[in-house]
Design a protein around this ligand. Structure first.
Ligand SMILES: *Cc1c(COP(=O)(O)O)cnc(C)c1O
Length: 391
């Protein structure tokens, strides 16, 4: 491990605060390091590996597609991309799809779509939330309401307005004739699992309709069954005009998507595009992922295992609050020891968890996690919290 850390430090830009762990393989909810130590993984590539690691259905779809056709550019039609679009639209209220390679690109597409939609009436502003996270490219970064990510890169694109979460008056005050879209995560992920209230989402829907703006939901983290329904908005009273997806969509391979209702479908030929987005390889992995989600009943399982986690963690020692839905779980610790709990969990209890703040942990395990693995994870987590609280 020391050798890997030293070599990486010479060659990679130092943008990542990596933990001292070299992961060499994975299976289900478990990963192995370079000394063959096994860890229970509640990070899952940050809410990416919905089927766990090395699911045979994804591995086989990738191998078969790799032998058949990898990519063609979007100058031609390909069948996996078409089939994936049909599958996503069949299970949603949307009418059209566009595929990308990442989450931030899906949001860039949505921002451009909103600008295109608002252009005839001079509307260009995107209203989003303080504490939100929408990605690292300049448009998504401008929408992200966290100055720490954006400040060194000023000036960012104009026309992005941030309002505090769940504050309806602030939202209504910010939405007007110039608003092209309201962009929201149904549950903020990066900033520590903060759900929007139904009342707030309804106010956003009404405000968008009142001025002719689009309601865009960034479901890059909440989507693909993470919260116990395929989209998190299915558990709310609103239906957005546009939704963005990525993370779990490919079961671990890089693919994102923007899904759009016909009424918001303002792109014309040439307005947007990508060379590799929606290529046959990643589309095949996404198709396999969606099939397994259905075949293994993973939406129900996400709800059940999420309830199991919540029941076991709520009121436990050193935990003051448990938030979230399904297997998107935020745990508030009773003191600022979340980051040391991450290290103790990893090194002493072979458990991988993520801290989003000094006293907030994020648990986003594979949706295939078993009841026994949840019990095991809870035991390890509570032991790590007890040690971190003492230290
Ligand atoms: C991870 C994430 C993104 C960015 O996705 P990338 O694939 O890292 O570009 C955007 N929005 C939300 C809500 C996310 O969780």
């Amino acid at each position: 491990m020391a050798d890997v850390i030293e070599r990486e430090g010479r060659v990679h830009l130092p943008v990542y605060a990596r933990q001292p762990l070299v992961i060499v393989r994975g299976s289900g909810c478990w990963v192995w390091d370079d000394e063959d130590r096994r860890y229970l993984d509640l990070v899952a590539g940050i809410a990416v590996n919905v089927l766990g690691h090395s699911h045979p259905a994804v591995a086989e779809a990738l191998a078969a597609q790799a032998r058949t056709l990898l990519t063609t550019s979007n100058l031609y039609y390909t069948l996996p991309q078409l089939e994936l679009a049909e599958m996503l639209l069949a299970r949603s209220p949307f009418d059209r799809a566009f595929f990308t390679n990442s989450g931030t690109e899906a949001n860039e597409a949505a921002i451009k779509l909103a600008r295109r939609h608002g252009n005839p009436r001079g509307a260009y502003e995107i209203v989003s939330l303080t504490g939100s996270f929408h990605g690292r490219t300049l448009g998504s970064l401008a929408a992200t309401g966290q100055p720490k990510y954006a400040a060194p890169f000023a000036p960012l694109p104009e026309g992005f307005i941030h309002v505090p979460i769940n504050d309806t008056d602030a939202l209504l005050g910010a939405v007007g004739e110039r608003t092209a879209a309201i962009l929201l995560e149904p549950i903020q992920g990066e900033s520590g699992i903060h759900p929007l209230t139904d009342a707030y989402l309804m106010a956003a829907r009404e405000a968008a309709d009142r001025v002719g703006a689009l309601l865009i939901l960034d479901e890059i983290q909440t989507g693909i069954g993470r919260t116990g329904t395929f989209f998190a908005f299915e558990q709310t009273p609103v239906v957005p005009d546009v939704v963005t997806l990525a993370k779990g969509l490919g079961g671990g391979v890089p693919i994102g998507a923007m899904l759009v209702r016909e009424s918001a479908s303002s792109f014309q030929t040439g307005d947007h595009g990508t060379t590799l987005g929606g290529n046959a390889l990643t589309a095949a992995a996404a198709i396999a992922t969606l099939r397994v989600i259905d075949d293994e009943g993973l939406l129900d399982k996400a709800r059940e295992r999420g309830a199991q986690f919540a029941a076991a963690l709520t009121g436990a020692d050193h935990i003051t609050e448990v938030r979230g839905k399904g297997l998107m779980i935020g745990v508030e610790t009773s003191g600022p020891f979340a980051r040391s709990a991450v290290a103790i969990a990893r090194d002493q209890h072979a458990l991988l968890i993520n801290a989003t703040g000094d006293s907030t942990l994020r648990l986003v395990p594979p949706l295939v996690i078993s009841p026994q693995e949840v019990d095991e994870a809870v035991d390890r987590l509570l032991a790590a919290l007890a040690e971190a609280a003492e230290a």
